[in-house]
Structure formats: structure tokens, C-alpha cells
Design a protein around this ligand. Structure first.
Ligand SMILES: [Zn+2]
Length: 127
């Protein structure tokens, strides 16, 4: 891990995170506090911001800004579906969300399509 030279580094740094990392280089902040703040504030805020940015970028690339219309079907607004290949096995599959990388224990008896419990991205499970 490389820090800017003006960062004061403790003997042990505290690091929490999943896809994003939150680091206290001094190791003074309790990891549980870092994790709580990360999950409550940083992750939700970041993905919301990131999705909006991506949506703007996609709209810009097509040269069209689509207005949010009440009659627009849900299917047109959801995230693109990414097919995940997982090995055959028991009824629970351990997969990683294509969007946020969150690990999900997927129960196939509840269906093969659903949204990520962490970021809400649509996931299609292919076996
Ligand atoms: Zn996710």
C-alpha cells in the first residue's frame, strides 16, 4: 500500500471494504466503525452516484436523453443482465455480483433471476 508522503502511518492500518476500500492509515479508528460508516454512507452513496453517471454516459453516447415516463416499462429501465456461469452443484450457489462484486449465496429454488441485495443490480443465473 502506498500513501502520499504527508499521510501519517501507524504501525497497523485499518482497512475495511468489499469492492471499495476505506483505510485509516494510522490504525486508530476501530474497524467496526469504519465498516459501519462504509456500509451506511459510502457504498450506497457511491453506487447511486456511479449509476447516475453511467446512465448519463450511456444516454450521451447514444445522443439521446430519454425522459423518465410513467409508461416506460420496468424492463427498459433495469440494469443490463449479465449472465453468470456457475458450476453444477447443490441448490445454493455462491456467486459474485457483476456490478458491486458482493458475494451472494443464491438459492435456485427461489428462481434464477433477481437483484443483488447489496446494490440492486439485476442478476441472471445460468446453470
Ligand atoms: Zn451488487
Amino acid at each position: 500500500m502506498t500513501y502520499p508522503s504527508d499521510v501519517i502511518i501507524g504501525e497497523e492500518a485499518s482497512v475495511v471494504g468489499n469492492r471499495l476500500l476505506l483505510i485509516d492509515p494510522r490504525g486508530e479508528i476501530d474497524e467496526n466503525d469504519l465498516l459501519e460508516f462504509m456500509e451506511r454512507h459510502i457504498e450506497p452513496a457511491f453506487w447511486k452516484w456511479w449509476e447516475q453517471k453511467e446512465a448519463m454516459r450511456r444516454a450521451g453516447a447514444k445522443g439521446v436523453v430519454r425522459a423518465m415516463q410513467a409508461e416506460t416499462t420496468v424492463a427498459e429501465e433495469v440494469q443490463p443482465v449479465e449472465v453468470r456461469d456457475v458450476p453444477r452443484g447443490p441448490e445454493v450457489y455462491l456467486i459474485n455480483c457483476w456490478h458491486c462484486g458482493g458475494q451472494i449465496a443464491w438459492r435456485t429454488d427461489l428462481g434464477f433471476q433477481g437483484s443483488c441485495p447489496y446494490c440492486g443490480a439485476l442478476i441472471q443465473l445460468t446453470i
